[in-house]
Design a protein around this ligand. Sequence first.
Ligand SMILES: NC(=O)c1ccc[n+]([C@@H]2O[C@H](COP(=O)([O-])OP(=O)(O)OC[C@H]3O[C@@H](n4cnc5c(N)ncnc54)[C@H](OP(=O)(O)O)[C@@H]3O)[C@@H](O)[C@H]2O)c1
Length: 307
Amino acid sequence: MNESILITGANAGLGKETARQLALKAETKRIILACRNPQKAEIAKKELEESTGKQIFEIMIMDVSDAQSVKKAVSELDGEIDAVILNAGGMGGRTPEKMTPSGMNELASVNTLGHVVLVDELIKEGRIKNVVMLASSEAARGIKKMGMMRPALKTNSTEELASILDGTYFGDKLDPMQAYGHVKYVATLWMSSMARKHPSIKFVSMSPGSTSGTSAADNAPTMVKFMFKYIMMPIVLPLRGMVHKVGKGAARYVDAITNNNYQSGGFYASEESKVVGQVVDQFKIYPVMANPEFQDNAHQALHKFIP
Ligand SMILES: NC(=O)c1ccc[n+]([C@@H]2O[C@H](COP(=O)([O-])OP(=O)(O)OC[C@H]3O[C@@H](n4cnc5c(N)ncnc54)[C@H](OP(=O)(O)O)[C@@H]3O)[C@@H](O)[C@H]2O)c1
């Protein structure tokens, strides 16, 4: 039973809708909205209280691209958390290639750095009771129809996986669409490694699927924003049946933390060559991701950037 839930990036899109859906469950007693912007967090809290009629929301200020910010937020947290939903992320804003003090670029840090620190700190303090869910993506195993390549690494060594996080893997020019899938690939491998290291906690990677009605495109680099906001999301993807509404995407998260059919360490998303519809085991689509050595290498690669 998940009475207390922490959701990162909960002021918008999938995170906010997930908070709304979970609040309507009788068992939910506390939802922590972990957000970087206090004003946006307050607005979201008020809207969620109004739409659900529940006064169970709390705000936690946390920038998931900054390890210190996450550590501070965890040190101020009280109580145990049943479910942690690692949702914040995206294509890394206007400057995905820009380096951060951690040594990761912005795209990698917003999707991975703070989430790794958050889970490590919560586990260190014995605060996670049931489940951790990562917002992964079909991009982690490639989406051919959207031109997103399947990550095909030479060795999946710690060094090679780390080069995805600092951007050197991509050479001089970082294409945010390709880099995004590769970063989600590393994060998903890390989750599977965590599942083996901490067998008392369930770790599930779930893609929400291709989802409209979020602000993902607004936060993307200019060209990606233009393509997704004005061409792909409103015209191309609906025509091809390749997008669903935010309620459906968030329902996948809710299912991921409640449905026992999802195995700890697993990666779940749409069927091969699809981005919506039925959710299936992705290791059957891309068995490379089930390799425990590669998963542990991803764990090590991520920790190279965390002091
Ligand atoms: N939408 C899709 O089609 C799709 C498909 C597959 C996977 N996903 C994944 O689903 C997750 C949510 O995406 P979405 O579509 O709901 O995007 P969204 O509407 O842009 O929401 C992203 C959320 O993350 C927050 N965030 C971004 N950077 C942050 C940081 N450094 N610290 C704390 N919070 C931060 C944003 O806060 P601000 O409002 O302050 O920016 C916002 O609340 C992402 O991880 C994305 O990669 C989305």
